[in-house]
Design a protein around this ligand. Structure first.
Ligand code: SF4
Ligand code: SF4
Ligand code: SF4
Length: 227
């Protein structure tokens, strides 16, 4: 595969990581374009400008956005969680492609607005319907104060890094999980439960000692028992 071309297409894509193109993220979509498995007009967040740039890069005619994949979204939205309703199920964390949600099981969750790409992938999985996409003042101000392209590029570079980091983390966790399962399968049963066996032996010995002391005490004359 032409890695350089993939890099160049990926650099044009907005890194929202929303999967609206039909692929698992921007990079997989870029790979599919290079492999001939996807058209250049499947990315709604990139809009017509993105299609134009990819067409120029590939030296092919531009085409309109395929709205089967959605419509261009605004850069000025982020997810917001109503923490009063959140039950801490973690479904949103699992669906966020850039790790922009923090929280733990059975505890309220919150979105790091600066890291959120506005992909809205966390909205549907929430069983409490407590995630909304809202406009963000800071991004609106950034857009007003600098060129849209510069802000988009900065946000895209950050999102790409966070997406890559998440992919690596998931791969690492899967590897560790696989290793642990393999270990369980190859270990003999006594090695698996050695700490439990030791614990049981200690408890059993303590019980025996207590029983022996009780028996000795019960056999002693009353004047010794009362000492
Ligand atoms: S922004 Fe969304 S639709 Fe566009 S390439 Fe990335 S994942 Fe696909
Ligand atoms: S918090 Fe929600 S909208 Fe924001 S990046 Fe994560 S999944 Fe997407
Ligand atoms: S999916 Fe909804 S209820 Fe579950 S942790 Fe996220 S915000 Fe809370």
């Amino acid at each position: 595969m032409n890695q350089l071309l993939i890099e160049k297409i990926d650099a044009i894509l907005p890194q929202t990581q929303c999967k609206k193109c039909g692929f698992a993220g921007c990079r997989p979509y870029a790979e599919a374009i290079v492999e001939g498995g996807a058209d250049i007009n499947q990315c709604p967040p990139g809009g017509q400008q993105g299609i134009q740039k990819i067409a120029e890069l590939l030296g092919i005619p531009t085409k309109p956005l395929n709205t089967m994949h959605g419509f261009p979204g605004s850069l000025q939205v982020v997810a917001w969680i109503d923490e009063n309703l959140c039950i801490g199920c973690t479904f949103c964390i699992q669906s966020c492609p850039v790790d922009a949600i923090i929280g733990a099981a059975k505890q309220m969750h919150t979105v790091i607005a600066d890291e959120c790409t506005g992909c809205d992938l966390c909205v549907t999985p929430c069983p409490m319907d407590c995630i909304s996409m809202i406009p963000v003042d800071k991004k609106a101000a950034d857009l007003a104060n600098s060129s849209v392209d510069a802000v988009k590029k900065q946000a895209a570079d950050k999102a790409r890094l966070r997406y890559q980091f998440r992919q690596q983390r998931i791969a690492h966790e899967r590897q560790a999980d696989h290793k642990a399962r393999t270990q369980e399968l190859i270990q003999p049963p006594q090695a698996q439960t050695s700490s439990e066996v030791r614990k049981q032996a200690i408890i059993s010995a303590a019980l025996k000692r207590a029983a022996a002391i009780r028996a000795r005490t019960e056999n002693k004359p009353d004047f010794i028992k009362n000492k």
